[in-house]
Design a protein. Structure first.
Length: 257
C-alpha cells in the first residue's frame, strides 16, 4: 500500500502500468461516502492498462485508506488534491484522460474547467459538471444519508453484506464537515465548463435520476457523447462493468487512436 502526502493530506495511491505501446495516462476518480478506488480497480483499471494507458488511482481524502481530516471537503479541496498528485507525485507532464464515477466525475469536470490544456479526454459515469442542479442533488443525498446512517446498527441489520461500506460512510459523515462544505462549494464558471474542448463520454444508468441532469451537460458541452445503459441505477460501474467497459474501450478507439 502506497501513501503519499499531497496538498496537506495523506492519500492512498496505486498505479497499473500500461501493457504494450503506451497511448497515454488515465486517472480514475471514485465517488463519495461509501466508494473507494476499489470500484475502479476491480472493473476498468486493468482493461485500460491492457489498452495501453498508464492507470493512476487514488482514494479521495476521507475515503478508503486515505487520511480523514475533520475539515477540508469543498470541491476545490478535491481538485487541488488531484492537481498535487499529478504534479508532485506522479510527475505527469502531458494531458491525461480523467475517468470519474459519480462525484469523481464532478472532480474531473472541475479539473478540466480549471486546466483545459491538461486534459485529453473525460469519461464520467452517473455524474455531471459542478452546476447548481448537481450540487442541489448532492446536498439532498448527503442529508438523507446522514439521517439514514444515524442509527448504524439498524442499517447494518438490514444490510449486513454492506457492513464495511456502511461503517465507512457513517464515519465520514459523522466525523467530518463534508455534509456542510461540499454542498456549499464554489461552483465552476459555466463558461469555463463550456470551454472544455476535449472528447467527453457520459454514461448513465437507465433507472437513475442522474439522467435528468444530462440535458444541462449537453447544453454546456454539445459535442459530448451520452449513453444510457438500460436496466441499471446509480451503481452502474459496479453492476454493469461489461457494458461500461465496452462503451469506454470503443470510445478510446474512436477518440484516442
Amino acid at each position: 500500500m502506497t501513501i503519499v502526502h499531497a496538498n496537506g493530506v495523506d492519500l492512498h495511491v496505486q498505479e497499473v502500468a500500461p501493457i504494450g505501446d503506451p497511448i497515454g495516462t488515465a486517472v480514475l476518480i471514485h465517488g463519495m461516502t461509501s466508494d473507494s478506488m476499489a470500484s475502479w480497480f476491480l472493473t476498468l483499471a486493468h482493461p485500460l492498462a491492457q489498452a495501453g494507458l498508464r492507470v493512476l488511482l487514488y482514494d479521495l481524502r476521507g475515503h478508503g485508506h486515505s487520511e480523514r481530516p475533520p475539515t477540508g471537503y469543498s470541491l476545490d479541496h478535491f481538485v487541488d488534491d488531484l492537481d498535487a498528485l499529478l504534479a508532485e507525485h506522479w510527475k505527469v507532464d502531458g494531458p491525461v484522460h480523467l475517468f470519474g464515477n459519480s462525484f469523481g466525475g464532478t472532480v474531473a469536470f472541475s479539473y478540466a474547467a480549471r486546466h483545459p490544456a491538461r486534459v485529453a479526454g473525460l469519461v464520467t459515469i452517473e455524474s455531471a459538471p459542478p452546476t447548481a442542479a448537481w450540487f442541489g442533488r448532492m446536498a439532498r443525498r448527503l442529508a438523507r444519508a446522514a439521517e439514514t446512517l444515524a442509527d448504524v446498527d439498524a442499517v447494518l441489520t438490514s444490510r449486513p453484506l454492506m457492513a464495511h461500506r456502511v461503517r465507512t460512510a457513517s464515519a465520514l459523515l459523522a466525523e467530518t464537515s463534508v455534509g456542510v462544505e461540499l454542498p456549499n462549494s464554489v461552483l465552476s464558471d459555466p463558461a469555463a465548463i463550456a470551454a472544455i474542448d476535449c472528447p467527453v463520454l457520459c454514461l448513465y444508468g437507465g433507472d437513475s435520476a442522474v439522467q435528468e441532469l444530462a440535458a444541462e451537460t449537453e447544453r454546456l458541452l454539445p459535442l459530448s457523447r451520452h449513453v444510457v445503459v438500460a436496466g441499471f441505477g446509480h451503481t452502474l460501474l459496479i453492476d454493469a462493468p461489461d457494458q461500461v467497459r465496452a462503451e469506454v474501450l470503443a470510445w478510446l478507439v474512436a477518440y484516442v487512436h
